[in-house]
Ligand binder design. Sequence first.
Ligand code: C5P
Length: 428
Amino acid sequence: MTTGALQSRKILLIVGGGIAAYKALELVRLIRKAGGEVQAVLTKAGAEFVTPLSLAALTGHPVRQTLFMPDDETAMGHIELSRWADLIVVAPATAGLIAKAANGLADDLASTTLIATDKKTLLAPAMNVRMWLHPAVQANVARLKGFEGFHGMALVGPDEGEMACGEFGPGRMAEPAAILQSIIDLLIAPAPSGAERPLTGRKAVVTAGPTFEAIDPVRGLTNRSSGKQGYAIASALAALGAQVTLVSGPTGLAVPVGVTRVDVESALDMKAATEAALSSGHASGHGPADIAVLSAAVADWRVDTIAGGKIKKGPGGPPTLALIENPDILAGVAAPGPMRPALVIGFAAETTDLEANARAKLSRKGCDWIVGNDVSDDVFGSDGNAVLLVTREGTESWPRQPKSAIAGALAARIADHFKPHSGIDGKA
Ligand code: C5P
């Protein structure tokens, strides 16, 4: 099952000149997989890095390269093109394109389109770290951000890391899946109509990320969970109108649009924050949340006694850590009682017998659905995922797709579950 998170949405992608332009091709693929339509504008410098042919093949549309092409202008002029789009995405956004956008300099198709549009624009900067940190570029970025109240200029990235030029620092273009997520956030989250926001009035609590169990003030036990899947679910639920609290272990991720985040460190903190979020501020003024999606990778054990000071190396050899079991947050939330949400969803990260283990977990934990994923594959930290949705009625296999797409599909299923016709707790 694939999802249509961007179904019928139109994206105008401006591809600037930079080594990151090759990632624009993957971005086109992801947008189309999510149901969106893409037309591309390729700058002169962009064409040095990717060919118009590859962009045309992937978008399924002719690629626009110059401002004055009689054929193109009669088919769809640059003004019309910018009106056609629901969102303009600039990826990679070079220092030059940022400068033009920030100063209203319109001397080619890309920059003219940026000034002509009445739609939001998302820029994914990509440049050498020294260029990104240059005060002129930072001033232009600040200027762009100041336009937010206008049609809206939003930025995604840049990421920090090793650059094509061998240097290290901020300047790498955000990964295509992260850009896709920002597109979904920008286009879907503000959807105004009740029909598009079927979870309006519903309260959801999502846990995500790893927990960190301190050993002493400087060391701890943790795991490789990135939190990306849980964050994407929180974002997708908010986009459908739910009031979402995200209880998050330590991650480097930004708070998704429309979501309230509570930061925690240990499993005990996460349990307390989850229970508090489940019981407080219910839309109807009392009672539990409607939806709990507990995707966090909670550490199974913590050290019995956290050392007050840093444990020193010494002649006695390494210390022995006595571990005790952490409480199972999911089992507690799913236990019958007045505070149980109508729909409790757990996760099962397995390396073998995924379906059998996920189904066993469903009954052991008492939750309604389990999202199972095979973590022997490249899942931790990655932007893609393939899952099984295990319910009491059966099992569905969702093929590998961006985590944002899995999240969109899950949120849609949750919304469907709460539709009046669909049975369990189908509140109107
Ligand atoms: O038992 P296991 O860790 O495999 O179960 C995974 C599911 O249980 C996830 O949904 C996870 O968030 C939840 N869990 C929990 N508290 C724990 C351990 C796991 O909520 N202590």
